[in-house]
Design a binder for this molecule. Sequence first.
Ligand code: 13P
Ligand code: SF4
Length: 307
Amino acid sequence: MGTINDLLNIEKKIKELKIKRNALILAHNYQLPEVQDIADFHGDSLELSRKAAKTDADIIVFCGVYFMAETASIISPDKKIIMPDINAGCPMANMIKASDVRKLKVKHPGAVAVGYVNTPAEVKAELDVCCTSTNAVAVVNALSEAKEIIFVPDKYLADYVSRKTGRKLISWNGFCPTHVKILPEDIKREKKFHPEAKVIAHPECLRSVLDLSDEVLSTSRMCKFAKETNAKEVIVATEVGMIYRLKKDNPTKEFYPASEAAVCPNMKRTTQEKILWALEEEKEEVRVSDEIRIRAKRAIDKMLEIL
Ligand code: 13P
Ligand code: SF4
């Protein structure tokens, strides 16, 4: 970590280079404060890809994890998508392979294959439709004609969606190593400290945590909830980076992380210094081969059609 002067210098250089290269900086809601502060736009995984598609910038600096940058590249193949740290992956996304989906489809012929956006592009290419944490329930509800539904890779999101829709889902044994660190004991303890607080949780959390929450929300819905709620205090069961964003947007309200242990190390790999290098060298570029991209895009387009 550099001094304040170093940081100010870096910020200045990033701003200059951004104009010179006609670049846009996108940051997921879990990114470090210094990254959120320099970004042009924040959002959840899908919002960021949509933003990438809409902008007329030539270069998108994607501050998030690999599957998010890949999704942006699938939606906008004409843009140059670069990641300040190409090694920022999502362990949950890497818990399933394309061959796993193919095997599930052979085992359940005729089933509709739904997959969370937290998957590699090769997996998306095998899916019928994608979903995000914001629209997973709506996507499954839209499949009323389907005899069977495969839902991968997050078993906790699948369990939540199954309970909300009343549909039995064929799930996979994937999970988010960060969200499973949040335990029901954490919620009970925080509720004792802050008895007036509302509890909001991400659907990647354990069922026992969701059962103690007032609302189950994606990160973009958490931002919306925080603005609209009358509650002055909110306990937040998701990755800790979310707290910075919520506090910044709602300075008169208090937000408490359900657990300080809920840190996604991959989301913390990106720094201002790496953003500057990425802009200077215009890399590392994330690009999906046309063969995979065209098939993966079908599943994303299908999702966008439903909503
Ligand atoms: P959101 O789409 O809700 O931002 O979630 C992305 C993610 O990686 C959650 O762990
Ligand atoms: Fe993946 Fe979990 Fe990190 Fe989100 S918080 S990027 S699901 S590991």
